[in-house]
Design a binder for this molecule. Structure first.
Ligand code: RUB
Length: 310
């Protein structure tokens, strides 16, 4: 598949979920590098930088995307020959995809260890990392059930309930606004992440913060499953994570909206959950309190503020 096609599929959400977006972006850069005709080192480097920009322009929120692009293209400008640069992109992309897959497996092990027999877990959206933990707990023979939300307007909850059903996990499917009503039936909340800030705030599918708030009120633990490449080092320098707003036609048809001239439709698709409503963030490097997010940035994303500041 061409890089432009991958970018289009990320934009239109055929490829979605922060981890998958990251893996597909790294693979697209590798395939693009391999497909380019020989044209000299500087032409190769500038074409790869252009390709990176195409991918980065697709969706703004999941920081896994810029992290994957940076990891895949790291050191490119220091390469001495075009073939060295091409080989570097390939090996870094392959390493990233393999590490990402392993990270989700490790996160699943840690999440499953927090799920006890008889528990009901509430989840939101369709997170591969969160689901991996739930599926592993079931594989381990634990008798568990799940409460899964619908996730308006894209209904990612449908993907989640299909997977849970395939694994014969008893699941209750609820509309997003029923979360507080059902929180008393849950023992634990597990969600994924699109970005984690330096202070341990978690950016995830719109509605996550309401779920965390309801969980906090009901004294239920909130566990976030997030690979280390979901952490956003630039937030340590005061940068904000942009919250994507998608077309309003996803919420209300243009025909209906046209008849309601005084109504403004908004469609932000992510929100920010403050660290005080999160009990633990599970990464492949271990489970951490949200306040330890900076450590992950330093140790696993080689983040050095002195190098980043002009
Ligand atoms: C997906 C979403 C997921 C995270 C984590 O939003 O919010 O919870 O991306 O997913 P969208 P994963 O459907 O808009 O991409 O654990 O699979 O990386």
């Amino acid at each position: 598949m061409s890089l432009e096609k991958t970018a289009e599929q990320i934009r239109t959400m055929e490829i979605r979920g922060a981890g998958k977006i990251a893996r597909e972006a790294a693979a697209a850069l590798r395939d693009h590098a391999e497909s380019l005709p020989e044209a000299g080192l500087s032409a190769f480097v500038s074409e790869m930088n252009r390709a990176a920009e195409v991918l980065l322009a697709t969706r703004p929120t999941a920081v896994s995307l810029p992290n994957a692009v940076n990891i895949t293209l790291a050191g490119l400008s220091a390469a001495e020959t075009e073939s060295e640069a091409r080989a570097l992109v390939k090996s870094q992309a392959d390493r990233f995809v393999a590490a990402s897959t392993k990270a989700v497996e490790r996160i699943a092990e840690i999440c499953a260890s927090r799920i006890s027999d008889g528990m009901t877990i509430m989840t939101h959206c369709n997170s591969k990392a969160a689901l991996a933990g739930i599926l592993l707990a079931k594989q381990q023979g634990k008798n568990i059930s799940v409460i899964a939300t619908e996730v308006r307007p894209w209904n990612q909850g449908l993907l989640t309930i299909k997977t849970l059903n395939d694994h014969e996990i008893p699941t209750t499917y609820i509309v997003d606004s029923a979360v507080r009503t059902f929180m008393k039936e849950a023992d634990l909340v597990i969600v994924g992440a699109d970005a984690v800030t330096v202070k341990g705030a978690v950016v995830n599918k719109i509605g996550t913060s309401q779920i965390a708030l309801a969980a906090h009120e009901a004294r239920k633990n909130v566990l976030v499953a997030a690979e280390t490449y979901k952490f956003a080092p630039k937030t340590a320098l005061g940068h904000h994570i942009e919250i994507e707003e998608r077309p309003t036609s996803e919420v209300l048809s243009p025909e209906t909206a046209a008849g309601l001239p005084f109504v403004t439709v908004r469609n932000p698709v992510f929100d920010v959950t403050p660290p005080r409503y999160i009990d633990v963030i599970v990464t492949e490097a271990g489970a951490i309190p949200p306040e330890a997010a900076y450590t992950i940035m330093k140790e696993y994303l080689s983040f050095n503020p002195e190098q980043e500041n002009p």
